[in-house]
Design a protein around this ligand. Structure first.
Ligand code: ZN
Length: 501
């Protein structure tokens, strides 16, 4: 059966050669959008994550913000995130990269849901910005909302009366830091006094946690740089012994459950073992297939890689297209999005595609300390392992930006690409299709994004043309001959398939 198909393909291919111009004209026709209404999967449509990823020669942007499902809050968070982008654009507009600062400017903003109940939510945003010079700057932002009213809460909104809460906070935290040595560092008393004076501005970063609030201090607020941005938890009893609360906080008071119940956990219904069995299937069958067909044709091979997803609108359509042609691809996913859409990760995995690590939230890894870099990779590893039962053994650094440090710190093969149609820049399905087909070679790794309509539209013509041209479409590990077991011997950069091993 397979042989018949290949024969047909060869005939089709030779026919298409003789009518090559016609063929390409056809591709350049406006491709009818195959996209209908995005299928609403089990992901609740009123919550999710928005990621803005942009790459230009001199600057990169990766900004993430959540959709909570409360329109007032969603609007506020969206405008916060867009304002950060706008400010960055203004700041970089007049800047020119100097020779030494050859890396692009960067805006990176991600967030964590630190507390969530039916009535309250606390979000911590971290911004890293690089505008040249030695170091990126980092800034934290905290947001606390009453979900029922869509109202943002300042610390003073929690308590009745005037500023008594500030006195309580100030005393409690000073005692913790100085008398109890809570950070295990001897701190300068004057410095701590200044940073914990009973002023609203000293306690502007707060978050709910089970039974109390977390105060986060800025760098240098209470001590030297090496203590970072210290966090102190203050139980609500500390306040309620002295003042009345204005905000009802039954949902935040301690319960019998431990703290971890409030960190938004991923629950996967499918058992990991089941998923693993499904994934191994396609690779086994493709091995026997190539043996069977050895006499027919020496196959050219290509790997399609999709990055920056999963995306609830486009990833399912990409998967549908791949499935309809019985083809596989590699998905380099962001951990922060995988956590939000575990069912998409399950689907990618169960349909035989390869999942790679594309960092947690798409920072330029070269701007991070080794600890932060490892966290970007490892948080993603563990989220993916929770969902699929196994952690990826390949990664792709964000924007393909790396240095020696990145390679040695992350103990995995780093997969770049050899064909880049710049599908995020050229928002045109036929351009993307033609670029890929004009540049594809045996062993090529194609860079695509499963986060936009144009790539989604282009995929069927890309697949059909590659198949017609005799390409075998494989996952990137198969293309490069790397397996889970041999990955640790291949800790280096792969940008082309055809390299000496
Ligand atoms: Zn990316």
């Amino acid at each position: 059966m397979k042989n018949v198909i290949y024969l047909l393909l060869i005939i089709l291919f030779s026919l298409s050669l003789s009518a090559c111009s016609v063929y390409y004209e056809k591709i350049e026709d406006p491709i009818k959008p195959e996209i209908s209404v995005p299928s609403i999967d089990e992901t609740s449509p009123d919550s999710g994550i928005i990621s803005v990823i942009e790459e230009e020669d001199d600057q990169t942007i990766a900004v993430h913000y959540p959709i909570i499902g409360q329109s007032k809050i969603d609007d506020a968070l969206k405008s916060f995130a867009l304002n950060r982008i706008e400010l960055f654009r203004q700041e970089t507009a007049d800047l020119k990269l100097t020779q030494e600062e050859s890396l692009p400017f960067e805006l990176h903003l991600d967030y964590e849901v630190v507390f969530k109940s039916d009535r309250h939510i606390s979000l911590l945003f971290k911004e890293n910005k690089y505008l040249g010079g030695a170091q990126p700057t980092s800034t934290i932002y905290t947001f606390n909302y009453n979900l029922e009213q869509g109202r943002q809460l300042a610390l003073k909104d929690l308590f009745k009366g005037s500023s008594a809460y500030l006195e309580i906070l100030s005393k409690y935290i000073f005692a913790k830091l100085v008398d109890d040595n809570a950070l295990n560092v001897t701190l300068d008393t004057d410095w701590v006094t200044k940073g914990t004076n009973p002023l609203e501005s000293n306690f502007k970063h707060f978050l709910f946690t089970n039974g109390g609030i977390i105060i986060i201090f800025e760098k240098y607020q209470i001590g030297p740089a090496f203590i970072g941005e210290p966090k102190i938890i203050i139980p609500f009893e500390t306040f309620t012994a002295h003042i009345e609360l204005k905000e009802t906080i039954d949902d935040i008071l301690p319960t019998t459950e431990d703290e971890t119940t409030n960190s938004v956990e991923i629950i996967t219904e499918t058992s990991p073992t089941e998923m693993v069995i499904e994934t191994t299937e396609p690779s086994t069958s493709s091995v026997s297939e190539s043996v069977d067909n050895q006499e027919t044709i020496a196959l050219k091979r290509v790997a399609l890689t999709f990055e920056d997803g999963p995306d609830p609108d486009y990833t399912p359509l990409i998967l549908d297209t791949l499935k309809s042609r019985n083809q596989v691809a590699t998905f380099f996913v962001q951990g922060i999005r995988a956590k939000e859409y575990p069912s998409l990760i399950q689907r990618i995995n169960s349909e035989g595609h390869l999942i790679g690590n594309h960092t947690w939230s798409h920072p330029q890894l070269t701007h991070l300390s080794p600890e932060d870099m490892l966290q970007q990779l490892q948080k993603t590893q563990s989220v993916l392992e929770k969902i699929t039962g196994r952690a990826p053994f390949l990664y792709r650094p964000s924007y393909g930006i790396y240095n020696e440090n990145v390679i040695s710190t992350n103990n995995m093969p780093a997969i770049l690409w050899s064909v880049d149609p710049k599908d995020l820049k050229y928002k045109d399905a036929s351009y993307i299709t033609n670029y890929v087909l004009d540049h594809v070679t045996d062993g090529a790794i194609i860079l695509l994004h499963d986060t936009n309509a144009y790539t989604t539209q282009a995929l069927s013509s890309i697949l059909d043309a590659l198949i017609a041209e005799g390409y075998e479409i494989v996952t990137v590990d198969e293309l490069l001959g790397i397996t889970e077991n041999t990955a640790k011997y291949n800790v280096r950069i792969f940008s082309q398939a055809i390299e000496s091993h």
